[in-house]
Design a protein around this ligand. Structure first.
Ligand SMILES: O=C1C[C@@](O)(C(=O)O)C[C@@H](O)[C@@H]1O
Length: 234
């Protein structure tokens, strides 16, 4: 294919997530590196404000940006069609280091994804489950179906301690670059455990509002992950 050059992180990074234009406007680019390694801009929360968004984004030209236009079925804040989400992503493609698209939206957004990837933008294919942590075979199947992704991302509700073991096994078993996180009251603890076991993108929030249940404030997560000793696979 093309000479795409996507750099896969070689250590766990922290993604600072922002889901409102106001919060984005309050961020100071100079303060970002102590809070996160990548800035996730949730485009689904900023629909109708594209002009103001572009002005804000101009302030972050030197920081890696990850763009997400989440489907409402997987946690999106506004109901948008696949075409609308494709257009949102295309409008920021020149500014993106990464885009995140739900695996379930891959077929309906395929053309936009291909166009954006030709610009050397990394593709995260994601799966979200706000109810439960699916069985291990089902998580494994999702990883395999997302083989096209530069990074496969799973965000699943944790309800019991067994969920930690299940997800840790999935992380350890797969060589494909992955990002894994629990949500809910057990979510915060899981995010340290998975970073320690090789989850490459670890999400926290910027501003004062989490973008998913179980997130840490990004700065705290970055400090906590830096203090962890990685667990090396044998
Ligand atoms: O998909 C993800 C991960 C996430 O759901 C989380 O659990 O931290 C937060 C979302 O903003 C992001 O798009």
């Amino acid at each position: 294919m093309s000479a795409r050059q996507v750099t896969i992180p070689d250590q766990p990074l922290v993604v600072g997530s922002v889901a409102s234009l106001n919060h984005l406007a309050c961020l100071q680019p100079i303060e970002l590196p102590e809070q996160c390694d990548l800035l996730e801009v949730r485009l689904d929360a900023m629909v109708g404000h594209e002009e103001a968004l572009m002005i804000e984004l101009d302030r972050f030209k030197n920081f890696p940006l990850l763009f997400t236009a989440r489907a409402v079925s997987e946690g999106g804040l506004v109901a948008l069609s696949a075409e609308e989400r494709s257009e949102l992503l295309l409008s920021v493609a020149d500014r993106a280091t990464w885009i995140d698209v739900e695996l379930a939206s891959y077929d309906s957004m395929r053309d936009a994804i291909h166009e954006i990837r030709l610009k050397e933008v990394g593709l995260i294919l994601s799966y979200h489950n706000f109810e439960e942590t699916p069985e291990e075979y089902s998580l494994q199947r999702t990883v395999e179906l997302a083989e096209e992704a530069d990074i496969v991302k799973l965000a699943v509700m944790h309800r019991e301690v067994d969920d930690f073991a299940r997800c840790t096994r999935v992380l350890r078993r797969n060589d494909h670059p992955m990002s894994l996180m629990g949500m809910g009251p057990l979510g915060a603890v899981s995010r340290l455990l998975y970073a320690q076991h090789g989850s490459l993108l670890n999400y926290g929030y910027l501003g004062d509002t989490p973008t998913a249940p179980g997130q840490w404030p990004a700065k705290m997560l970055k400090q906590a992950i830096a203090a962890l000793e990685p667990i090396v696979r044998v």
